[in-house]
Structures are given as C-alpha cells and as structure tokens.
Design a protein around this ligand. Structure first.
Ligand SMILES: Cc1cc2nc3c(=O)[nH]c(=O)nc-3n(C[C@H](O)[C@H](O)[C@H](O)COP(=O)(O)O)c2cc1C
Length: 334
C-alpha cells in the first residue's frame, strides 16, 4: 500500500471509493454526469440536491445509478422547506451517504437519515459545532474554509484544519475543503489527520461537467483575486457570503438585499422567509450562469483555487494529477 493510500484508508473505507477525494456538491453542476464520472474515476461524487424538488432528485439519483455502480452521495440543504421529503426520496433510492449543508440540521433530520442505514456527513464551521454534531450522531464532518466557492464561512481552511483536526480527526473522519487546487495540499491535510478532502472549483472544467462553455471559460480565465466574497449591505439582514467571480451579477446582489430588507421592514416576510428569498436569488443567479451561460449577470460561483484551473480535461485526468502530486509530495517528505 502506498503512503497516500495508507493516509486515505479511513476516508476510502468510509466512502467506499478508491481515493478519499469528494466532489463537493455544486448546484446545477453536480448532476448525473459529473457525479458518475467522479465515482467511476475512483473518487466520490455527490449530487447537489439543494435546489431540487423531490421528484427531480428521485430522477437524478436513478439516472446516476444507471451511469455508475460505484458509491456516491446526495447533498441536501438544511433550510430546504421540503427537507423531510427529500430525505424520504434518499431512503426510497437507498442512498448510502447524505451530506447536510447550510447550517445545523433541524430536529429529526439526522435520525431520519440514519434510520435507513445511510451515513450522515455535516459541515462543521467551528470546533464547538463539530463536537455538537458528533454528539448528535453525525458520522463524518466536512470543514470548509472561506477560500471555497459558493456559500462560505468566515474562517480560512488552514485555521479550521489546525483547530478541528487535532481534536476531531480520531473521533470521526474529517474531510477538508476550500482552496485545494493541487495534490501537495491534499497530502498536507492528510498528514494533519484529515481522512480525505473535498474539492469543487477544480472540477468545474471537467469534460464531463455540463456547465455552459462560457462558465468554463470564465474559470479558465479567472485568477484567485477575481473570486471575491459577497458583502452584506443591511446589518438587519444577515446573509451568508457567497464567493464568486466578480461581474455585474455581484452588483445585482446588492440590489436584491435592499429589496429583501425593505420587504422585512414592511412586515411582508419574517427573517426565515427573507433568508430563503436570498437563497432563491442565488440558486437562480447560479443557474443563469451555469446553464444559460450568462456569466455577466448570473453568479459564477468559484473558489480562490480558480487560478489553478488551466484546461478542460476528463475527471480521471484531474484526479490522476492530484493523486500524482500528493504522492510526489509524500515521497519528497519521506
Ligand atoms: C459553483 C459552485 C456551486 C456550489 N454549490 C454548492 C451547493 O449547492 N451545496 C454545497 O453544499 N456546496 C456547494 N458548493 C461548495 C462545494 O461543494 C465545495 O465544498 C467547494 O467548492 C470546495 O471548495 P473549492 O471550491 O475551493 O474546491 C459550491 C461550489 C461551487 C464552486
């Protein structure tokens, strides 16, 4: 067994994959093609169920199963109004791994997933929450730093890794995400105790990824400093920051926040509905960029590792490069 395989052993045993590299769910992007390609290449694909109604999720799971017999997961967003129905679809389709994103799971969600034998993976944004999640029965954690694309927390990956891995790595498998563009970084997090990693940005320009050619071109052109976090406009309306390539859509988000804050003021929505309104905005803006190719007005969510995305190539080639770089880094250190 190579040093890399040994360091990944807990992660691969947990996921049932050859390498402990998860393809983080990306709304509109992580559908049957990318997910099956990732799992077929030996990694672990995850369907982005966050923006899907239950019947679409059911279709997507079945279609993914038709394209791979390898394990894959389903990502659900905790604030989805139909979370219970979406979990029921996962149960019906015997999904083996459910990733819960977007904050602490509501009461009963973890139990509902474990009841049909699936493993539950949750995002832990801080050590105290990591401990709380494990106490609630979560089987593995993802720690995702603010370098990542999409919705982000305030803390960098390197600090989260130093705070959480020493305390939690022996308790449950911990997967590190955010800003990973090369294998050397994967090797480093594994040596710190991570069971594996999760990547998103690095996979967007995979040949198998259905993102519009204009979306992929924006990634190929983008540099780290172009992938900026959205800014909260109104202190009364807490919005989760989103990292995306700067464009006209970035300004549109400012306008949207003013609009939603005014709805809040007029009593037309409560805080939960206001936040859902913001999430619907992001889902729509991301769809416009990913599917329609409107990379000027839509949201081109991308992490800071976007500058390391240099070419369009098959998932197997991307994974092969990351694994080779990780192995070389470990050999060099030996
Ligand atoms: C375009 C895009 C869309 C994303 N959508 C989601 C999502 O729907 N749900 C989720 O949990 N994470 C989402 N993410 C985060 C990824 O799953 C992953 O954790 C992240 O991309 C890892 O950081 P990296 O981009 O630096 O590799 C998204 C990321 C990107 C780039």
């Amino acid at each position: 067994m190579s040093q890399l395989q040994a360091l990944m052993a807990r992660g691969t045993a947990f996921l049932g994959s050859d390498v402990a590299i998860m393809a983080g769910a990306m709304s509109w992007i992580s559908e049957r093609h990318l997910v099956s390609a990732m799992s077929n290449a030996g990694g672990f694909g995850v369907i982005a169920g966050g923006a899907m109604p239950p019947e679409i999720l059911a279709t997507e799971i079945a279609a993914t199963k038709a394209m791979t017999d390898k394990p894959f997961g389903v990502n659900l967003i905790t604030m989805h109004p139909q979370l219970t129905d979406l979990i029921a679809i996962c149960a019906q389709h015997k999904v083996t791994h459910v990733v819960l994103a977007g904050g602490l799971p509501p009461a009963g969600a973890i139990e509902q997933i474990k009841a049909f034998g699936a493993k539950v993976i949750c995002f832990a944004p801080a050590l105290s929450l990591a401990k709380k999640l494990v106490r609630s029965g979560v089987d593995a954690l993802v720690i995702e730093g603010m370098e990542a694309g999409g919705h982000i927390g305030p803390v960098s990956t390197s600090v989260l890794a130093q705070e959480i891995l020493p305390e939690m790595a022996d308790v449950v498998p911990v997967f590190v995400a955010g800003g990973i563009g090369r294998g050397e970084m994967i090797a480093a997090y594994l040596k710190q105790g991570a069971a594996g990693v999760q990547i998103g940005t690095r996979l967007v320009c995979a040949t198998e990824c259905i993102a519009h050619p204009a979306f992929k071109k924006a990634f190929l052109r983008g540099n780290a400093r172009d992938a900026i976090a959205s800014v909260q406009i109104d202190p009364r309306l807490p919005v989760i920051p989103v990292r995306a390539l700067k464009n006209a859509g970035t300004e549109e988000f400012t306008r949207k926040q003013v609009e939603v804050a005014a709805m809040l003021d007029r009593g037309e929505v409560d805080m939960a509905a206001a936040q859902l309104e913001i999430e619907h905005f992001w889902a729509g803006a991301l769809r416009r960029a990913v599917i329609d190719g409107d990379v000027e007005n839509g949201s081109v969510m991308a992490g800071q590792s976007v500058g390391m995305v240099k070419t369009e190539e098959p998932v197997a080639a991307i994974l092969g490069t990351l694994v080779r770089e990780a192995e070389e880094a470990l050999a060099g250190n030996a």
